[in-house]
Each structure stands twice: as structure tokens, then as C-alpha cells.
Ligand binder design. Structure first.
Ligand code: BES
Ligand code: ZN
Ligand code: ZN
Length: 503
């Protein structure tokens, strides 16, 4: 995609479609008079009559009736100028992206200044345009032999503004980096489980590492056996696919003593094992690697933006299957940390693979840990499909993450993890821990179990079982994988790097 910046001179516009934001009282829109003088006075009439809507998220398409390249204007309703927020503007740009796909528009001009207000500066509007439109453009790949989705591709984006060209371009590029990383994560989540095996995911991770010059290490079954990673191995026991533990290290500096660990659950398919899921509950479990996808997406952003913070990504991947070899309830296993675990439910497998991954991240030097997983149905019961549930053992660390999510507009809600919850996780007649203390509040037990392996390291647990895939299309994308928390994880690392440089 070609991105260019042009001044506010309509006769120079190279694209066929111009996108213009329109506030409720259009004269409140920045540079509105210039626009009207270009477009013609009839516009005011149409606005008065409601033929061009200024309602938030309403899109009106009109022809220009002028000679030249520009054929049509898409008026994007912004509502009241005083109340438009950055999150809403991102969503609005998402709907614009979708409209570009629907109308197969391959070249577009965006009149950037029209999207600004007192809270949204031109830099913000530029960034949000790139991010929102980039997310809105995403289409789910399918395997239909007679697909009616052509290979749509946006060739040209022309940014119309009088602001500094280089600065505008750099903001737009960051927005592109963020949206592309989310879209990559979405694609991983949407891939069928027979296509995206642990081995395939490891190939993907390795390629990512090569692209961005990360150190890369991969543990297979033999290495896991050698290291005694009994928890991942137990989950993999029923499978014919080899398990993989992927480790990516981004070195911001020569010292490896201040490291944030991003740990993702990469279950490529979750049947539940012998604690088998219902046939309805199983469909969709190809997405049980959403945490891994989020970590890989965040690493892509980190590779592009290169923050001043060491990062280790650890992703454990396997499917959770049934066979004569599969692990079963009543088994007692020994994790990499040495802690023993009584298996009460083979469907509580995510916490098991995370346990070994977190221990490995710590062993490799992580002194901050964020784990992310499609861990429990409980989080959906508690918070719905649009909120990520969290646990943390460190208020300041969580606060920093909250700030990151305020910037990205991804909703996160912290749940309590009490001593009595921990007691229930530690209750077993035969082992140190049990993997399923009960269904009451089980989002907390899932994350709390991972916390047993994190111990005193500052830690945030993110349960994206609800947010990792959308059951219906939404402003920023289609039904399916959402790439939840990709942007927030990368923004957290960015903020940690800024904090370090302030010290
Ligand atoms: N992968 C599931 C969680 C899940 C459920 C993700 C729905 C996405 C949508 C996880 O491994 C699981 O099965 N969790 C169990 C835990 C229970 C056995 C304690 C659950 O949520 O029922
Ligand atoms: Zn499960
Ligand atoms: Zn699972």
C-alpha cells in the first residue's frame, strides 16, 4: 500500500474516494468552509434535509459531479464534536475500512483535519485512521472453492492535511504496524486446527524471530522430557502431534537483567481430553491458541517499534486430545518447577501448559510476567464476551497495564485472588496442587493456578476466553479471531520502556 500526504488542495487529490468526517453542526468541523467551497453549496441543503447524516458512525456516499480523479465523497458522521472520543473514532475508522472493502475501493483520500477536535489532535487522528481502517479492512480467509471474495487490496492512501508530512507519515505507519499485527493474530486464531498444528505455529514463530532478529529457541518433546516439563507433556500425551515450546528473546540492550515475559497459551485444539467437552462446547476450540497469537502479534509490534525493554516470549503449544495414551483425571504429574499436580479435570489443560511456560520464562530471566490465555468459560459468565478478565499480584504493574488498555481501548477488569482461593488450589490429598478446585468462580482458580508458578514475580494474568474471538461482526472487524490484547501487550512494553528511561 502506498501512503502519501497532500496539502488541503482538492484539485490535487489523486484518489477516487475522499473520506470526510462531519460533526453534528458541520461548521464545527475543522476546515469545513474550505470543503464547502470545493463541494458546493447544495451540501448545506442536503445536510439540513438529513440526506447527508452527521449521526455518529453513519456513512453517506455522494458523487462529486466534478471533472478530475475524485469521483465520490464518503461523509462519515461524527456526532457532537465535544463528545467524540479516541475509542469511538477508532471504531468509526473501522467501519470506514469495512466500507472500503464492501465498495472495493482501491484508492482513497482521507481529509484528516476533519476528524480532529479538542481532545483528538491531528497526530491522534492520523494514528487512529491507520489503526482503525487497517483493522476494518481485515477479511477472514476461507477455503471455499467458489469464493466470491476477490483479492481486494488497498493500493493508495492519500492523507490530506497541512501538517508536517514526515510526522503524519510516521504516525500513520505506527497505526499500520499495530493493525497489521492484530490482523496476523486474527489469522492465526481463524486457522483450522488441522492446518495450524504446534509444529506449524513454531514455524511461524521462528520466521517471525528471523524477520525481527529475535533469538529463537524451540523445545520439542525430547527436550521437554529432558527438562522434566511434566505438565505440558501430560496435556500432549494423547496427541499424535509433537508439542512445541517456543521462546523468542528481544534484546533491547546488552544486559539481560530486566526482562518482561509474555507467556501465551497455544492449545491448537481443545477437545477437553477424557473430561470431554460437549459437542456444542467443542466447536470453536481451534481458537484455544488466542493467547499465543496475542503474544506473537505483540512481538511483531515490538520487532517493528524496538522499545527499550528486554522481552522474552514463551509459548506452549499442543492440542488436547484423547487416546489410549492420554492423561486422565486422578493422574498425578510433576511440573517443570517440581511442584506436583493432581489432575481432576483434563479440560483444565491451559493452566498446565502455562505452569511450565511461566517457570521456563522465570528460569530464562523474566522478572515481570504477563500470561495470556483463552483459559476459562468462567470469564465469559462473569464479564461477557467483550471484556478481558485479569488477575494480578502487583498493583503498580496492573495500573501500568490499565493505562496501556486505556490507550488501546481494550477493556480489562481485574478480579480478586484471595488467600482462600489459593487454599483451594493447594488442596489435594496426593499432590501440591489440584488443577480444578470447582466451577464456582473458576476464572479465578484458572489464573490463580498459574500464579502458583509465578510466585513473587510481578504478574498479570489475562483471560481472553471471551474476547479472543467475536461471535458476530463488530466495528473493528468480522466475526472470528479478534487479536485481543495484541495492542495492549505491546503498549505495556512500550510504557515499561518509557518508565525505565525516566528513572
Ligand atoms: N479452552 C477452555 C476455555 C474456553 C471456554 C475458551 C470457552 C473459550 C471459550 C479451557 O481449557 C477449559 O476447558 N476450561 C474449563 C475449565 C474447567 C474444566 C475448570 C471451563 O472453562 O469449563
Ligand atoms: Zn480445556
Ligand atoms: Zn483450553
Amino acid at each position: 500500500m502506498n501512503v502519501e500526504v497532500t496539502g488541503v488542495q482538492f484539485n490535487e487529490i489523486q484518489a477516487e474516494v475522499l473520506i470526510v468526517g462531519t460533526y453534528k453542526h458541520p461548521e464545527n468541523t475543522t476546515n469545513w468552509s474550505e470543503f464547502v467551497s470545493f463541494y458546493g453549496s447544495s451540501l448545506e441543503k442536503w445536510l439540513k434535509a438529513g440526506d447527508v447524516s452527521t449521526d455518529r458512525k453513519k456513512l453517506t456516499k455522494l458523487p462529486t459531479l466534478k471533472e478530475g480523479k475524485l469521483q465520490r465523497v464518503f461523509f462519515v458522521g461524527l456526532g457532537n464534536r465535544k463528545t467524540l472520543t479516541q475509542d469511538e473514532l477508532r471504531d468509526i475508522f473501522g467501519t470506514v475500512g469495512k466500507e472500503l472493502v464492501a465498495s472495493k475501493t482501491t484508492n482513497v483520500s482521507i481529509w484528516l483535519d476533519s476528524f480532529t477536535n479538542e481532545e483528538i489532535e491531528i497526530e491522534d487522528a492520523t494514528y487512529l485512521a491507520a489503526e482503525g481502517i487497517g483493522l476494518g479492512l481485515y477479511q477472514v480467509q476461507n477455503y471455499k472453492t467458489s469464493s466470491n471474495t476477490t483479492d481486494y487490496y488497498l493500493d493508495l492512501v492519500e492523507l490530506v492535511t497541512n501538517s508536517d508530512e514526515q510526522e503524519i507519515l510516521s504516525y500513520f505507519e505506527i497505526g499500520q504496524v499495530y493493525s497489521e499485527a492484530v490482523n496476523e493474530a486474527r489469522t492465526l486464531v481463524n486457522m483450522p486446527p488441522n492446518v495450524l498444528t504446534a509444529t506449524k505455529m513454531a514455524e511461524y514463530a521462528k520466521e517471525l524471530a528471523e524477520t525481527y532478529d529475535f533469538e529463537y529457541e524451540e523445545l520439542g518433546k525430547a527436550e521437554m522430557e529432558e527438562l522434566g516439563m511434566g505438565a505440558i507433556l501430560a496435556v500432549n500425551q494423547g496427541s499424535t502431534e509433537e508439542p512445541k515450546l517456543m521462546v523468542l528473546k528481544y534484546r533491547a540492550n546488552d544486559e539481560w537483567n530486566d526482562v518482561v515475559g509474555l507467556v501465551g497459551k497455544g492449545i491448537t485444539y481443545d477437545t477437553g481430553g477424557y473430561s470431554i467437552k460437549t459437542k456444542e462446547g467443542m466447536v470453536g476450540m481451534k481458537g484455544d491458541m488466542g493467547g499465543a497469537a496475542a503474544v506473537l502479534g505483540a512481538m511483531r509490534i515490538i520487532g517493528e517499534t524496538r522499545p527499550n525493554k528486554n522481552v522474552i516470549a514463551v509459548i506452549a503449544s499442543t492440542d488436547n486430545m484423547i487416546s489410549g495414551n492420554a492423561f486422565k483425571p486422578d493422574d498425578v504429574i510433576t511440573s517443570y518447577s517440581g511442584k506436583t499436580i493432581e489432575i481432576l479435570n483434563t479440560d483444565a489443560e491451559g493452566r498446565l501448559v502455562l505452569a511450565d511456560s511461566v517457570s521456563y520464562a522465570k528460569q530464562q530471566g523474566a522478572n515481570y510476567i504477563v500470561d495470556i490465555a483463552t483459559l476459562t468459560g468462567g470469564v465469559i459468565v462473569a464479564l461477557g464476551k467483550d471484556k478481558t478478565g485479569a488477575l494480578s499480584n502487583d498493583d503498580a504493574f496492573f495500573e501500568l497495564f490499565k493505562e496501556a488498555t486505556a490507550e488501546t481501548g481494550e477493556f480489562v477488569w481485574r478480579m480478586p485472588l484471595t488467600e482462600s482461593d489459593k487454599k483451594r488450589i493447594r488442596k489435594s490429598d496426593v499432590a501440591d496442587l489440584n488443577n480444578s478446585p470447582g466451577r464456582d468462580g473458576h476464572m479465578i482458580f484458572g489464573g490463580g493456578f498459574v500464579g502458583e508458578f509465578v510466585e513473587n514475580t510481578p504478574w498479570i494474568h489475562l483471560d481472553i476466553a471471551g474476547t479472543s474471538d467475536a461471535s458476530a461482526a463488530y466495528d473493528l472487524g468480522p466475526k472470528g479471531g479478534t487479536g485481543a490484547m495484541v495492542r495492549s501487550l505491546a503498549t505495556l512494553v512500550e510504557r515499561m520502556s518509557l518508565e525505565d528511561s525516566e528513572e
